[in-house]
Design a protein around this ligand. Structure first.
Ligand code: COA
Ligand code: ZN
Length: 326
């Protein structure tokens, strides 16, 4: 029944969102060359996809005002998909110009959250997404649509699965999106719910690229990833150091932490294609860039078998113990 404890070499695609979902909420402006170096380190570490930046209004998100330079100057490793968040036609034109591999468009499954976050009704957002997608598709750039609040809205409460699935239906059939991301924007998802929605999506659209995007707001991040895998998902967003959060979601906290997820999945026998040592080294650069520690437990505690030296008085202790006899 539950296969989740034995990865049996199954491939799981890790998608980094720290340089977008993470840096967008940081007060410190991370210098452009440091952002580029960070993305390059993530590519080297073997992330399957990287959401490099966002082509949004620089007034709304000043932290990402250097989107063009970053996307143009990173090293492109073949096979890695360099994605970017785009809110409107203006953003799409900028992103296509800077050679994005994929545009990630966003709307919310919740009317209230959509109005609060994007200042539009869902119907207006959908019409705008359609227009932006047409521009991307004409430029042969693939389109992913992220559905915020797929597992609940911090203002409305539960979002019925049927509502989330109806929007997915329209993304796949009307827009022809290659991928859909079900986002748990404010950490309301729990494993049973994740399994149910993932299974429903997989049954209806087996050919679509499904990504699950969790925040660790209530400590259920890894449990939700495992439930998603068990239900057939193989792509997960995560952020280096576990940084991040939507600026308009009350009480939001970081994404699930890339190095924590890779560490756990590799131990369980999944194949992520990620070099954990390189990923941890990249994560250790973050505090110097953003001016504070990150939530990463792997940076704090080390990997499971990063052993510690015995205490200085260990030999003396052993001798005393042996001298006492049995
Ligand atoms: N790139 C650059 N500038 C943009 C832009 C884009 N993609 N979209 C809008 N702008 C600029 C406009 O030129 C305008 O600038 P001006 O005041 O100098 O004339 C200003 O932003 C406002 O534009 P407007 O069309 O009135 O949009 P808006 O105020 O309704 O803003 C958003 C809508 C969503 C585009 C903007 O608020 C935004 O980029 N927000 C960020 C959303 C986000 O990233 N959220 C977190 C992820 S969930
Ligand atoms: Zn998010």
């Amino acid at each position: 029944m539950i296969q989740v404890w034995n990865g049996a070499d199954r491939r799981i695609y890790m998608q980094e969102v720290g340089t977008r979902d993470g840096l967008q909420v940081e007060e410190a402006f991370v210098p452009t060359h440091d952002k580029i170096a960070l993305v390059d380190a993530l590519s080297e570490a073997g992330m399957a996809k990287i959401e490099v930046t966002a082509f949004v209004s620089p007034k709304a998100i000043p932290a990402l005002r250097d989107a063009e330079t970053v996307l143009r100057e990173i090293k492109r490793i073949p096979g890695v998909i360099y994605s970017t968040l785009v809110p409107n036609v203006r953003g799409a034109e900028r992103a296509i110009d800077a050679h994005a591999d994929e545009l990630n468009l966003v709307m919310s499954a919740s009317e209230t959250h959509n109005l609060a976050n994007l200042r539009m009704t869902r119907a207006q957002s959908f019409a705008a997404l359609s227009e932006v997608s047409a521009i991307a598709q004409a430029a042969k750039v693939s389109v992913n649509i992220s559905l915020s609040c797929s597992f609940g809205c911090p203002m409305e409460g539960d979002v019925p699965d049927a509502v989330a699935l109806d929007w997915c239906e329209r993304f796949v059939t009307e827009i022809g999106a290659r991928g859909v991301t079900l986002c748990d924007t404010t950490g309301m998802a729990y494993p049973g719910q994740v399994a149910k929605l993932t299974r429903a999506f997989r049954e209806r659209w087996p050919e679509s690229e499904l990504t699950l995007h969790f925040h660790n707001t209530r400590g259920m991040g890894l449990a939700n990833v495992l439930a998603g895998i068990d239900a057939g998902a193989d792509r997960f967003d995560a952020s280096l150091g576990g940084i991040g959060g939507c600026p308009y979601a009350p009480g939001a906290s970081g994404n699930v932490c890339s190095e924590e997820i890779v560490h756990a999945l590799e131990l369980m026998g999944y194949r992520t294609g990620v070099d954990l040592a390189l990923l941890i080294a990249a994560s250790k650069r973050l505090p110097g860039l953003i001016g504070h520690d990150t939530p990463s437990q792997i940076v704090k505690a080390g990997r499971r078998l990063d052993l510690h030296p015995v205490p200085a008085d260990f030999e003396a202790t052993r001798e005393r113990a042996l001298a006492r006899g049995r």
